[in-house]
Design a protein around this ligand. Structure first.
Ligand code: ADP
Ligand code: ZN
Length: 432
């Protein structure tokens, strides 16, 4: 197998040995800031007291709140003069956190990203168009550097503006794109409306991530453009993209264990969940000097996949992200994740590219409405056909989530959509 980095082929033993060595040096590095020094002292931890990987569990968690409390530079572990870049999280769930990188950090991140892209077949002859927002968001420069590292001709197109995306891709023959899942369908629809078949688009590979999406959604993106779409996972606190990535087998994302230690814990107790069960992903970075972060509670829910991957890599795989713990909403006593809804509605061929879940209170109780965009050719059908579709979707949703939402079919492009990550739920229950 051709790989970008020999570490991809390491055995479990090699990986775990390296993890322990790097964990020790990361702990030593983290102790250079007062925050971690105090935390680690209180827990009685120094780099010398870590004898095996199990000792990782003695290290206290770091939460998003911790990072916010240390904003902007409380967690710096090198002199300010060694920092060459900073990034912020998107702030999807509150005020953003800032992460500062040294030159080494940036190089290591670029290498990880290049490794991911190479793994799915991206080569120097490819033309790579980054349709993700630039600026502070790590999906911009993070992936950009990976693509350049591979030697691809890299087009920093930025987010949105479908007309320009299409022109650039056609003019330069873009073969690989980085794209938000929610935007991929919108771009395809834009092409169709111009009378162009998205399958004639030159794309052959898409790197798709930054927000949750279901397998059904992926298959749609692939079918629409007749290309392969690979799931890409990362978060700013752990650099950004390049943390875990699907290989050609498309059967879970390999977590790069030479650069990270992943754990999955019960979100309530913080204890490890039984192997293969869903819990909260906790990540430790092993290759960062500027701002090392130990046992970070990502709030992302997933599970480790059992067994080894068909590709032969021994780096553990995780399942697609079910959602963030914060995405869960409770209605009529039932816990629901938006992805459960997406999974159902995207199996209907009549459904278009966007949907929105609205939670309201009608004075009597909580009401859940699901607005679903329907493909244009379906929308012109007679009332009865639409009503039947509406009923069928509501029925299937009931089977999945045990309550019956109000399903509303709306015209394509009628739901509002910004350029960033899709907002799937609008909770208006406590707003008057
Ligand atoms: P924010 O947490 O403010 O959105 P980031 O831009 O750092 O900040 O985004 C990281 C988050 O995006 C992850 O914690 C996760 O919730 C989500 N995410 C990233 N990649 C994926 C993916 N492939 N599937 C699902 N969610 C993802
Ligand atoms: Zn694999």
């Amino acid at each position: 197998m051709e790989v970008f980095d020999a570490a991809e082929l390491w055995s479990r033993e090699q990986l775990e040995q390296t993890q322990l060595t790097r964990l020790r040096s990361t702990v030593a590095q983290a102790r250079k800031c007062a925050f971690y020094r105090e935390r680690l002292d209180a827990a009685g931890i120094s780099s010398g007291s870590l004898h095996s990987l199990d000792d990782l569990r003695r290290i206290p968690f770091t939460t998003k709140q911790d990072l916010r409390s240390q904003y902007p530079t409380g967690l710096l572990c090198v002199p300010r003069s060694q920092i060459i870049r900073m990034h912020c999280s998107s702030g999807t769930t509150g005020s953003p956190v800032a992460i500062c990188h040294t030159q080494n950090d940036i190089n290591a991140w670029g290498d990880l990203m290049a490794r991911c892209m190479y793994m799915v077949g991206v080569r120097r002859d490819d033309v790579f168009q980054n349709m993700s927002g630039y600026g502070l968001f790590t999906g911009g420069l993070g992936i950009h550097y990976g693509a350049e590292r591979l030697g691809c001709m890299t087009i920093p197109a930025g987010a949105g503006n479908s007309r320009r995306q299409i022109k650039l891709a056609r003019d330069f023959g873009t073969t690989v794109a980085h794209i938000l899942p929610s935007y991929a369908l919108i771009l395809g629809e834009h092409l169709r409306q111009r009378g162009e078949d998205p399958r004639t688009f030159p794309l052959r590979i898409a790197l798709v991530g930054a927000e949750p999406y279901t397998e059904e959604f992926r298959r749609r993106i692939e079918g629409l453009f007749e290309m392969k779409a690979y799931n890409s996972y990362g978060l700013s606190e752990m650099n950004g993209p390049g943390v875990a990535f699907e290989c050609l087998a498309q059967d879970g994302m390999h977590i790069w264990e030479d650069a990270y230690i992943a754990e999955i814990v019960d979100p309530e107790s913080g204890q490890p969940v039984p192997e293969g069960e869903v819990g909260e992903l906790v990540m430790t970075c092993l290759c960062r000097q500027g701002m090392p972060i130990l046992r970070y509670r990502t709030r992302d829910l997933t599970r480790f996949l059992p067994g080894t991957c068909a590709c032969g890599r021994q780096h553990r795989r995780m399942d697609r992200i079910l959602g963030r713990a914060d995405d869960m909403f409770i209605i009529k006593g039932v816990n629901i994740y938006p992805m459960q809804i997406e999974q159902v509605i995207m199996t209907f061929g009549e459904v278009g590219q966007n949907y929105l879940i609205l939670l309201e209170n009608d004075g009597i109780g909580d009401v859940m409405r699901v607005q679903i965009e329907i493909r244009d050719e379906i929308f012109v059908e007679d009332m009865r056909a639409l009503q039947n579709l509406q009923k069928a979707i509501a029925q299937r949703l009931r089977d999945e989530i045990l309550i019956t939402p109000r399903v509303e079919l709306v015209q394509s492009n009628s739901l509002e959509r910004g350029e960033g990550k899709a907002v799937r739920v609008r909770d208006m229950r406590n707003k008057k």
